[in-house]
Design a protein around this ligand. Structure first.
Ligand SMILES: NC(=O)c1ccc[n+]([C@@H]2O[C@H](COP(=O)([O-])OP(=O)(O)OC[C@H]3O[C@@H](n4cnc5c(N)ncnc54)[C@H](OP(=O)(O)O)[C@@H]3O)[C@@H](O)[C@H]2O)c1
Length: 455
């Protein structure tokens, strides 16, 4: 056995955090370190990786303050050097990738993981990247046994699990027709995001055409059968009185990721077979998916005031229009604070700003109290079920919590997950205990109301 093969068979680290020196990366490190002192955790050894060892050491110091940093390995890897990425893959079972924008830096990391059979999770919110990785690497990942799951952060786990949670409240003969998620970001201080997320959003606009091109170039995905007609488009600005929000469509990755999960579920109505699952787990998986019903899904961003929504529209227009040209992108990326009306800053939010922020995501499900109503040609839903997912600040608290709850599932429950492949998070983590885990870490799932709609 060569030294590399020996390492691969018995890697020294349970997981490696790549991009640990980034704004999000350092919060991910802080979350990961909590597990090292938990005896029951399958996460025993972590290493940090990136292109600048001094910055990685600083991130480690930041994450452990006021205590001195524990002896954690720091590994050098650059996404432009595929050998360095392959070396990482021989040293671990799982890479958590925090290097973004993913469309610029992500592919070599996925390629190295798929090549070597290493598992991969990331916090990407860029649909074009995710679908391109699926198209290019799924078949090979199936072969090599590498599980590649993007969007394991605020994008898009609350949406995926939140939709599943709402859909499971529809007990037969009731069926959902549509679920609209309303995101409300709250804070006693300013709501601020780091430049990395802004840059990813701007590049997402620039690549919107590429996603359409990619979709046209491959076979169509299965479409779920949803009772009743699609919901009407509605007006640009909506006032949702029941939850007290004005809202406008949010062009985030969430609906796209959820649709991929629903397409996979349509193709595999009992979910995906675990690589080595026992009969009990098979039954649990089948029973779980039998309770999930597909629905049309969209996301809106909400504000308590109409003015707040007008601010969202203004920023959306800046990004949507300027993001399409090179000069516009230059303006956006050089003056993020101006064009995001203060929501994104080059140096990111302060710790106080992070700590004082939170989110609520309301899932307003509309459907039929009896499936037969839809099949008899009734077009108007008569039942509404509202659920809510709620948690701390989205980018730097909720995202690390989710990522670090997905990771131990890959480490500790690998037999019940597919051998390999490129997947969205919902289809993989839906039947696992991920919801319970993130609930135990401050992200709640609640049923708010169930009511009849006027005819
Ligand atoms: N899913 C979600 O909800 C969510 C939440 C938060 C963030 N994100 C995403 O996470 C990504 C990172 O955001 P951020 O704000 O943390 O950005 P950031 O502060 O700019 O961090 C980027 C990281 O990537 C590293 N990097 C850049 N080029 C590299 C290369 N060639 N080789 C190795 N490492 C490289 C940087 O290393 P250096 O330190 O050496 O520069 C840094 O560690 C973005 O795509 C953002 O959209 C998603």
């Amino acid at each position: 056995m060569s030294k590399e093969e020996e390492l691969s068979a018995n890697p020294p680290f349970d997981l490696i955090i790549l991009g640990a020196s980034g704004f999000t990366g350092k919060y991910v490190v802080r979350e990961a370190l909590k597990f090292l002192n938990t005896p029951s955790s399958p996460l025993k050894s972590v290493a940090l990786a990136g292109r600048n060892p001094a910055k990685l050491a600083q991130a480690l110091q930041w994450a452990t303050r006021p205590h001195p940093p524990p002896p954690i390995a720091i590994l050098t890897a650059d996404t432009t050097d595929s050998q360095s990425l392959h070396r990482l893959c021989t040293q671990t079972k799982l890479i958590l990738n925090c290097v973004g924008p993913f469309r610029l830096y992500g592919e070599p990391v996925v390629a190295a993981c798929v090549d070597s059979g290493c598992d991969y999770l990331d916090i990407c919110g860029e649909p074009e990247f995710m679908e391109r990785m699926e198209t290019k690497y799924h078949e090979k990942a199936l072969e090599t046994g590498s599980l590649v799951i993007s969007a394991c952060g605020f994008d898009s786990v609350p949406a995926e699990l939140g939709l599943i949670f709402n859909s499971r409240q529809w007990v037969a003969p009731a069926v959902p027709n549509s679920v609209e998620a309303y995101l409300s970001l709250e804070s006693e201080r300013r709501i601020v995001g780091n430049f990395g997320t802004f840059e990813s959003a701007v590049l997402g606009v620039a690549n919107a055409d590429k996603l359409q091109e990619l979709r046209r170039s491959r076979p169509r995905r299965a479409r779920p059968v949803i009772p009743g007609p699609p919901p009407p488009k509605g007006s640009l600005i909506e006032h949702q009185k029941k939850i007290g929000l004005w809202a406008v469509k949010l062009p985030s990755a969430d609906p796209i990721v959820v649709r991929r999960t629903l397409a996979l579920l349509t193709e595999n109505p009992q979910g995906l077979l675990g690589v080595n699952e026992n009969p009990e787990l098979t039954e649990t998986r089948k029973a779980f998916w039998s309770t999930v019903k597909p629905a049309h899904f969209g996301v809106k961003i909400g504000s308590k005031s109409l003015l707040g929504v007008l601010r969202f529209i203004t920023v959306g227009m800046f990004i949507g229009l300027l993001g399409k040209t090179a000069v516009g992108r230059w303006l956006l990326l050089n003056f993020p604070s101006v064009f995001s009306l203060g929501w994104f800053r080059k140096k990111g939010p302060s710790e106080d700003e992070v700590q004082s922020a939170s989110f609520k995501m309301w899932f307003v499900g509309r459907g039929f109290s009896d499936n037969r109503l839809a099949s008899q040609g009734n077009t108007k839903p008569d039942l509404e079920i509202i659920t809510r997912v709620m948690g701390p600040e989205i980018g730097y608290l909720t995202t690390p919590i989710i990522l670090l709850q997905c990771a131990p599932i890959l480490l500790g429950q690998r037999d019940s997950l597919p051998k390999g492949g490129v997947y969205p998070p919902g289809i993989i983590f839906g039947p696992t205990d991920l919801q319970k885990r993130i609930q135990e870490n401050g992200i709640s799932f609640d049923i708010i109301s169930k009511s009849n709609l006027p005819s």
